[in-house]
Write a protein that binds this ligand. Structure first.
Ligand code: EZ4
Ligand code: CO
Length: 402
């Protein structure tokens, strides 16, 4: 069974997505998500020009060998563009293997370790009152875990706070939007938000919060300590993780659990964080961290060090990426939680999928393979348009230095 065709499909059903579709010589297809928010065409070109020609004629059954061939063979290792491209190939090959076996991919990964995949929703508002209303909405819809983001008085726009309450779309403009940040204002504003949320919703609702890489380790230690009374499920991306040993400082100052890794693209981005037990949840994804094959490797290392999964799952991960994530989520021993933000109706039409949300959890499809596809005719109706993530500046205008 050889790979006969490798097609890269770029579309924008509400937002941009890049999808790889592989077809074997006996007509079996597999799909992989290759979306890298704000840098989509770099991955599309990498796949079209440098990967697709190498795939034609290769044995579609050799997933590990193809992964090593693309990773080691390029000579230029790692990096978000390369690893997203490899991820798409890997994911599509797992889809094909599942279809050949007549089994959902999670069966090939060892079968279910749990019945469903607990997810968290996104409550956000400019004011605390607005946040409380949003949290109540998630609780009513059955969510057991909610991420809470609130506007900071004195700052015009806060990351993760949007007018659209169903989801937020940070890649919002053809040139990056510029925002301003004040750590001082943030440190003062955030503990009272969680005090009020806990007060209203009691001790059992899991609460999460994303700092979006805005702090230094010592500031993160202080935020973590100030939020300890509210028992957060996790504090996400308190600082950028390029300096992995910096997380030691956070650990010295707080018992608030730490999640990091939505921008990681390989095990080399997080091996120290994991081995030294400096984090509690790893947010790496199938789509950006080298596919099912490589993320499983990261998650196995994590399992040895008491680190659980908490994969990124914002709207820039397509339903193909989500379907792949759920295969690992449901099968690994050290699952923590999965981020989930519903896609637009147009996106769901372009990517018909079998997974569904109910009772605060996603339920993976039982169809063979990943249980997701791309409707190419529908995709063609939504052409690509550039959209960039915002650039963040300090109050004096300096681009935020970390
Ligand atoms: O910035 O998905 O936790 N989620 C996030 C997201 C990410 C975007 C990047 O593409 O931080 O908003
Ligand atoms: Co985040």
């Amino acid at each position: 069974m050889k790979i006969a065709d490798a097609k890269v499909i770029v579309c924008r059903p509400g937002r941009n997505f890049v999808t790889l579709k592989l077809t074997t010589d006996d007509g079996i297809t597999g799909v992989g998500d290759a979306t890298l928010n704000g840098r989509e065409l770099a991955v599309a070109t990498y796949l079209r020009e440098h990967v697709a020609p190498l795939l034609i004629g290769r044995d579609a059954a050799r997933i590990e060998d193809t992964w090593q061939y693309l990773f080691q063979g390029a000579y230029w290792r790692r990096g978000p563009v390369t690893m997203t491209a490899i991820a798409a190939v890997d994911t599509a090959l797992w889809d094909i293997k599942g279809k050949v076996a007549g089994l959902p991919v999670y069966q090939l990964l060892g079968g279910r370790s749990r019945d469903d995949v607990t997810v968290y929703g996104h409550a956000n508002g400019e004011t605390v009152d607005e946040v409380l209303t949003q949290v109540a909405g998630y609780v009513e819809r059955g969510y057991r875990a909610v991420r809470v983001q609130c506007g900071i008085p004195g700052l015009e726009k806060t990351y993760g706070v949007s007018a659209d309450k169903l989801f937020y779309e940070p890649a919002d403009a053809p040139r990056p939007t510029e925002t301003r940040w004040s750590t001082r204002r943030y440190l003062t504003a955030i503990p009272p938000v969680f005090a009020r949320v806990r007060d209203q919703f009691g001790p059992h609702l899991a609460l999460l919060h994303d700092v979006h890489h805005r702090l230094t380790p010592i500031e993160a230690g202080r935020v973590g300590a100030s939020l300890e009374p509210y028992g957060l499920y996790w504090l996400e991306d308190p600082v950028p993780a390029d300096l992995q040993e910096g997380f030691r400082i956070i650990r010295q100052h707080t018992t608030t659990p730490i999640a990091v890794g939505e921008v990681f693209n390989s095990i080399w981005d997080c091996h120290q964080l994991i081995r030294e037990q400096l984090i509690d949840y790893i947010r790496a994804t199938v789509v950006h961290a080298g596919g099912i094959t490589h993320l499983r490797r990261i998650l196995d290392l994590a399992a040895l060090h008491h680190v659980r999964s908490g994969s990124h799952g914002a709207t820039d991960l397509s339903p193909v990426g989500m379907a792949a994530a759920l295969q690992l989520d449901v099968s690994i021993p050290n699952f923590g939680i999965q981020e989930y933000m519903p896609h637009t109706e147009e996106t769901d039409q372009v990517f018909p999928h079998g997974y569904r949300f109910a009772d605060g959890a996603l339920h993976p499809s039982d169809e063979p393979g990943l249980g997701v596809d791309i409707d190419e005719a529908a995709a063609a109706r939504y052409p690509y348009a550039p959209a960039y993530l915002p650039v963040n500046r300090l109050e004096d205008g300096t681009v935020h230095p970390w």
